[in-house]
Design a protein around this ligand. Structure first.
Ligand SMILES: C[S@@+](CC[C@H](N)C(=O)[O-])C[C@H]1O[C@@H](n2cnc3c(N)ncnc32)[C@H](O)[C@@H]1O
Length: 308
């Protein structure tokens, strides 16, 4: 299958990265390689470290970027940035990009079970070596745990009913496929509520995907680690696709910009000094034209910080 993924906020991200032709850059979410390619076009002596936890993305990225020799491909989780750089003998880097979430390729690869539009086994693992999948969440979590995941990660107001319906359906037998789950969700949400807004399964599928891939767990720490390995004036640019992720990025940047924990109006005694300057006071969002040509970009937000 061809790897088709329209990069989101591509021009904006690249501009904000202020790429130095001789610098070392990290793309923590290689995906279809769109952002990586634009970085590579701007490098002369510099190099790119391209990370993705999905081996299929690494394979596709290698193919797309085969004309560039200055790329190191790493099939790993970007949360391990410090170990990754250590293993490469790299101390500091000049810029980092994260374009979070799933790629269109992952959504379109039917058997991976990411899409509520296609019938497939319940899977949703970005890293196929992981042994924990959507099947485990749906079939093994308690009703309470399910409700919590669906409410928190899906921001779904029908979480309690959906969790109840899943558990009831489970009594009859395992829930094995995406369409089985979609059917349960549809039955749990009253028809009047179902007619408004996006597909009724959208929020629950997002929630389960976040849980399966631990997308929010450790994200703040990963950003702190990334900032630590940035050289002075180096920038980190992060694109998010939902409010929970965006909040973590925003709050982590804020904490790094103003880490002082002393009470306001008191002289600082904690000694914690600012580590970054936030470049985007407000998040950068896609233009109307981008949203029209790529509906996946609709909820995207880009935030950028610069190491002091
Ligand atoms: C939205 S896509 C990136 C698209 C890419 N920027 C482009 O322009 O083609 C996100 C990619 O990040 C990967 N990913 C998500 N979380 C990750 C993590 N914690 N570590 C490494 N890769 C991750 C996914 O597997 C997916 O391929």
């Amino acid at each position: 299958m061809e790897y088709s993924h329209k990069s989101v906020l591509l021009k904006e991200t690249i501009e904000y990265l202020n790429i130095k032709p001789e610098g070392i850059y990290v793309d923590g979410t290689l995906g279809g390689g769109g952002h990586s390619e634009e970085i590579l076009k701007r490098l002369t002596k510099g190099k790119l470290i391209a990370i993705d936890r999905d081996l299929d993305a690494i394979k596709a990225g290698k193919e797309r970027l085969k004309n560039y020799k200055n790329v190191k491909y790493i099939n790993n989780n970007f949360k391990n940035i410090k170990e990754i750089l250590k293993s490469l003998g790299v101390d500091k880097v000049d810029g980092i990009i994260l374009d979070l979430g799933v790629s269109s390729f992952q959504l379109e690869e039917v058997e991976r079970g990411f899409s509520y539009m296609k019938d497939a086994p319940l899977d949703m693992r970005m890293d196929k070596n992981s042994t924990f999948s959507a099947y485990d969440v749906v079939n093994k979590y308690s009703q309470q745990e399910l409700e919590k995941v669906i409410r928190e990660y899906g921001e779904e107001k029908w979480a309690s009913r959906i969790a109840k319906f899943i558990v009831k359906e489970r009594e009859k037998g395992e829930i094995k496929t995406t369409f089985q789950l979609v059917e349960i969700i549809k039955n749990a949400i009253p028809a009047s509520a179902r007619r408004k807004g996006p597909h009724p399964a959208k929020r629950t599928f997002q929630a389960i995907r976040i849980e399966v891939n631990e997308e929010l767990k450790g994200l703040g720490k990963a950003i702190e680690d990334m900032v630590e390995v940035l050289r002075g004036k180096g920038r980190i640019a992060i694109i998010t696709f939902h409010s929970l992720e965006d909040r973590i990025v925003k709050n982590t940047f804020k904490k790094l910009e103003n880490p002082c924990t002393c009470p306001p109006n008191m002289p600082c005694i904690c000694g914690k000094k600012p580590v970054v300057k936030i470049i985007t006071k407000k998040p950068v969002v896609p233009s109307k034209e981008e949203i029209e040509t790529n509906s996946r970009s609709r909820s995207a937000k880009l935030r950028v910080a610069e190491k002091l």
